[in-house]
Write a protein that binds this ligand. Structure first.
Ligand code: UDP
Length: 316
């Protein structure tokens, strides 16, 4: 039988929430996967089932320092993504986005690898266009507490498109909207994990502001399906950045009430100060991604929340 070379895939942030699902997917597809993570917010707990696999390798490394190897595909997912964690060391967050992405783009250029950059709906800031199409250039505060992440990710996008223009690197930029599901850390600080862990423990549900701000929540399996399709598409079909998420919008108060209903929790709602620059609304315009990749999110918010509640129940 002819020797078939396995596709070599590098996943930065591979021990994190989304990265760990990507590691599992590409190992199951028969790829040779290297998971690069400094465990700043990621954890080996997310990849314990993969550690003994012959085609999976965990490397503890911080991508703000160069990393070399030979890869066909790089998925650049390393960066704390929860406001609580990315603000914990804001300068480091900016370094991860700028220096880390620069290192990965350099690696992609050197080994002619395809690179998928995990960008974010945060590049749209507090939007005055709703829902947000990829053509919207955003309303971002460059000097606020979210800037290390928002502007860091915007700088990373700029680097990606310059590497594409100047060095012809095969870059794919995806703008990920709020995503939730198993492998989120209980102390992640984002809304879904906070509300579920609070509800399961009978603690007050902390709503920031009056809870009228909206988000659109995507279950992680739908996101991974979209990422994999975008990563596999022929280079000539790629045109700019792509939104990925779910285009059903709900207020944070409605989310809290839904989680209380699904967990049958006696927890009470408490209202706390709204953090600075917290976007009032967010919903992806998905037409471009749906058309290009024949992709659509499948998991309803109720089904996704039920699975996520079961996951946190097993953790607590
Ligand atoms: N939020 C909240 N209570 C929490 C955590 C978050 O009301 O315990 C709100 C937060 O102010 C924001 C929304 O939920 O309006 C989503 O916050 P998250 O940190 O999940 O992500 P963001 O979309 O802001 O990056």
């Amino acid at each position: 039988m002819a020797y078939k070379r396995r596709q070599k895939v590098l996943i930065t942030g591979g021990a994190g929430f989304i990265g760990s699902h990507l590691c599992r997917h590409y190992v199951e597809e028969g790829c040779d996967v290297v998971c690069l993570d400094n465990l700043y917010t990621g954890t080996k707990d997310n990849i314990t089932d993969l550690l003994d696999h012959p085609y999976f390798e965990f490397v503890r490394h911080d991508q703000i320092k160069p990393y070399w190897g030979h890869f066909d595909l790089i998925l650049n997912f390393a960066c704390p993504a929860s406001p609580v964690h990315y603000q914990r060391n804001a300068i480091y967050t900016m370094k991860t986005n700028v220096l880390g992405t620069l290192n990965m783009l350099g690696l992609a250029k050197r080994c002619s690898a395809r690179i998928v950059q995990a960008s974010t709906s945060e590049v749209y800031g507090n939007p005055e266009v709703h829902p947000q199409p990829e053509t919207y250039v955003g309303r971002v505060n460059p000097i606020g507490i979210r800037s290390c992440y928002d502007e860091g990710k915007r700088a990373a996008e700029a680097l990606c498109f310059d590497y594409k223009r100047v060095h012809k690197v095969d870059v794919r930029v995806i703008r990920i909207f709020n995503t939730y599901g198993p492998n989120m850390a209980a102390n992640d600080g984002r809304v879904v994990s906070n509300f579920i862990t609070q509800a399961l423990q009978g603690e007050p549900i902390t709503i920031y502001g009056d809870g009228s701000q909206t988000r659109s929540l995507c279950y992680v399996s739908d996101l991974v399906d979209g990422i994999v399709r975008i990563a596999a598409a022929p280079m000539e079909t790629i045109d700019g950045a792509y939104n990925l998420g779910r285009d059903e919008e709900l207020s944070m108060k409605a989310l809290a009430e839904e989680i209380l209903r699904l967990t049958q929790s006696p927890s009470k709602l408490v209202f706390e100060d709204l953090p600075q620059d917290d976007p009032e609304m967010r919903r992806p315009q998905l037409d471009k991604t749906r058309r290009a990749f024949d992709w659509s999110p499948q998991v309803s918010v109720e089904d996704g929340l039920r699975k996520t509640i079961a996951y946190f129940q097993s953790l607590l």
